[in-house]
Design a protein around this ligand. Sequence first.
Ligand code: EPZ
Length: 417
Amino acid sequence: MDRFIIEGNRELSGTISVSGAKNAILPVMAACLLAPGKSVLRNVPNLIDLKTMSHLLRVLGARVEYENGMMSIDSRDVCFFEAPYELVSKMRASIYVLGPLLARLGEARVSFPGGCAIGTRPVDLHLKAMEALGADITIEHGYIHARAEKLTGAPIHFEKSSVGATINAIMAAVLASGTTQIFNAAMEPEVDSTVEMLNKMGARIQGCGSTTLTIEGVEQLFPVEMEMISDRIEAGTFLIAGALSTKPVTVENCLPGHLDALLEKLRAAGCELEVAERSITVIPPEVIKPVNILTLPYPGFPTDLQAQFTVLMSLAEGVSFIEDTIFPDRFMHVAELNRLQADIRMERNVATVKGVKQLSGAEVMATDLRASAALVLAGLVAKGSTIVSRIYHIDRGYDRIEEKLNAIGARITRENA
Ligand code: EPZ
């Protein structure tokens, strides 16, 4: 199992580039099931989660190829409708095949996703949306079994904002007969990019960027080519790395419009920011100011940057409060950060972070994707060396993070322990 050895307390400076967005690519890969033929996606990074989704699409009968950032998915021969436990248990986003399989084949059997390191993550909203469109759902032997000869457009009211359920509902509704309206739809950029792809394929979805979407079902969708958006969470992680440094860091190939909530908090922490069309330069403060964070659905502060921002706050001059309202149990990184001599106390879903002068290198363990990114950031600024084990978590969502950070001054070595 690979681990990182990070030599801390080094100065970062220069330019670092952001890859395509994992969480935008995963649903778009599933959406390719809806358009028989060969679709092509560009700006696709080399990530374990995308390999897992490729594997799943192949199991369903698709041909998937990947080379030099370009992925082609030929879904002409898709005829199997089961997403097996081995794959769903590796990656919850496998649930994204539920809507497309139901719409294309009239049947889907998807292993029921269990809990994960960031807490219980139900799929009730996905299932209610499919039922609203006329699917008959049963849960048997750990599998969700959904059937519908033909889905029928209907109103879908989400009681909670959910990225995954919104996207699954859209993908099921695009081929349904009649009109579907989705209320309280999630507004994350990953929803917009899936809508853009589906509309390019011939779907009729209106209301993109708002909480109400209207979908007129169409008879057929057609394969397309599309450039994937850049990853706002990877960009945010690098901006926080810059904020922790002593020299300016430029994050290029990013979409600043997707990062407003983070940029506001970085400014409040004392950072100066130079925002251009596709890049942001962060000029770190001499003294980091404490800032409170409340994670919320987009355009609020993303839960996927909560752990990384906690690292910044662990070195602030004063006390900050960090609350996760999306995944209340997503604080596994706190105990590990405290091993690096951060001073963080947990009470329910609120972390009270008392800034310290310096973190101190130690051995820590990555527990999930964003927690691992936080531990890498902490290791970069800690005194001495930090060993982060179980970094397969980070390879799920960051493409060559150590190479990218080393190119701006970090010293991170990957070791097979
Ligand atoms: C997506 O997960 C992302 N995953 C997550 O990124 C991200 O943390 C999350 O959105 C929130 O932004 C992908 O895009 C693949 P949700 P998703 O449904 O869609 C509750 C990362 O690190 N809920 O928007 O699963 C849920 O428990 C990951 O890249 C239900 O109650 O999240 C949560 O409290 C981890 N019932 C809230 O809604 C449901 O049926 C929002 O979750 C579905 C969700």
